[in-house]
Design a protein around this ligand. Structure first.
Ligand code: NDP
Ligand code: GDR
Length: 360
């Protein structure tokens, strides 16, 4: 039996990765921060299967202690201040956790278990102002946020420890990946949650920032498989993990509403842009400048050819299916919260009412 240590275990990816490793027979240790109340986040359902260790990415001593307890064969560093918008509000905390934190963890591994295989959660945000499309492992970086800059440090220090000390250290350059477990602050989940709340009368309108932004969105369950595959190779290396498709925020909004049986029509431009319910004429989507970023990453599109060839990795869930899963989970949850069972249809058939056929 192998031992794995996951930082960021209570986040979206931590939960899918824990499920994968437990299924494969690993003993899973997860790093957790001390909070005012115990909060297992996305791994509440696994709280008896994961062994939790209190530690923090900014506290080297706690990471050394975690390594000593876990004696991990594989270490997955998923912990981060991961919300790009917050990185302008807390640039120093972001750097402490997302940049220096990686060195803390690498030092802890070097001191306690230097032969461990290490995974670093790098990101497409490092491409930022993109220098070529689609982006590959060889595309030059140009980060556009304090988050992207901090992650770029984490990326290079991982490569540097591989080259300097011969450590088995990999970076996965993962493009956006989402799921019904995504935090509500990220745009996909903000949208699917709002669609459900609007559908069941708990919210009037959804306000967004830059709807022209385009992202290469995939499904988190597929992406954690790639993390594991990276650590099973004979040599450590870096890989782009992406869907190879890009879609705008506006497309995602329209598709999510479609899954709730609402067809949107758009009017106006820029800050005046609105999305209206075609049937009722009610304005359901508007723009709020507070959601724009000081510097934006306009478009991302990854090429996962290297991962396909070397790791044999393929995404199983495409964009349409991803949005459908997220919308339906939120519609189910909110319908329960709203106490509205819509004649029992949600619970019985597990699908939305009056769904528009062929949502696209
Ligand atoms: P989440 O925001 O869902 O999870 C982040 C995790 O990091 C949480 O468990 C959080 O714990 C933990 N954490 C934050 N600060 C610290 C700290 N100081 N010490 C210890 N733990 C801490 O992120 P995701 O699951 O979406 O992403 C996982 C990783 O992958 C992140 O590093 C992210 O930057 C990166 N990434 C994500 C992509 C995506 O599209 N999801 C794409 C590319 C990279 P707590 O519950 O205590 O807050
Ligand atoms: P991102 O994800 O910044 O790509 O980082 P997010 O979902 O926050 O934004 C995606 C795009 O949508 C635009 N947008 C909005 N975003 C949010 N959150 N809220 C809004 O109201 C809104 N309106 C428009 C944004 O401007 C942006 O262009 C995610 C995180 O998971 C990172 O940790 C990870 O590294 C990258 O993906 C890859």
């Amino acid at each position: 039996m192998k031992n794995a240590l996951i930082t960021g275990v209570t986040g979206q990816d931590g939960s899918y990765l824990s499920e994968l490793l437990l299924e494969k027979g690993y003993k899973v240790y997860g790093i957790m921060r001390r909070k005012s109340k115990v909060d297992y986040g996305t791994v509440e359902h696994l709280k008896n299967e994961i062994e939790f260790i209190y530690a923090d990415m900014t506290d080297l001593a706690s990471l050394i202690r975690a390594l000593k307890i876990a004696q991990a064969d594989e270490v997955y560093n998923l912990a981060a201040q991961s919300f790009v918008a917050t990185s302008w509000e807390q640039p120093l905390a972001t750097a402490e956790i997302d940049a220096i934190g990686v060195t803390n963890l690498l030092e802890a591994i070097r001191a306690v278990k230097p032969e461990a295989h290490f995974y670093q959660a790098s990101t497409s945000e490092m491409f930022g102002l993109v220098q070529e499309t689609p982006q590959t492992e060889k595309t030059p970086f140009y980060p556009r946020s304090p988050y992207g800059v901090a992650k770029l440090y984490g990326h290079w220090i991982t490569k540097n420890y591989r080259e300097s000390f011969g450590m088995y250290a990999c970076s996965g350059i993962l493009f956006n990946h989402e799921s019904p477990r995504r935090g509500l602050e990220f745009v996909t989940r903000k949208i699917t949650d709002a669609v459900a709340r609007i559908k069941f009368g708990l919210q009037d309108k959804l306000y967004l920032g830059n709807m022209d932004a385009k992202r290469d969105w995939g499904y988190a369950g597929d992406y954690v498989r790639a993390m594991w595959l990276m650590l099973q190779q004979p040599e450590a290396d870096d890989y782009v993990i992406a869907s190879g498709e890009t879609h705008s925020v506006r497309e995602l909004v329209a598709l999510a509403f479609c899954h709730a049986g609402i067809e949107l029509v758009w009017s106006g431009t820029g800050l005046e842009e609105e999305g209206l319910d075609r049937e009722t004429g009610k304005v359901l989507v508007g723009v709020d400048p507070k959601f724009f970023r000081p510097a934006e990453v306009e478009v991302l599109l990854g090429n996962p050819a290297k991962a396909r060839t070397i790791l044999g990795w393929e995404a199983e869930v495409g964009f349409d299916e991803l949005v459908r899963r997220m919308a339906e989970e939120d519609l189910k949850r909110v319908s329960r919260e709203a106490g509205e069972n819509v004649g029992g249809l949600w619970v019985r058939e597990n699908r939305p009412l009056e769904r528009i056929v062929g949502c696209k």
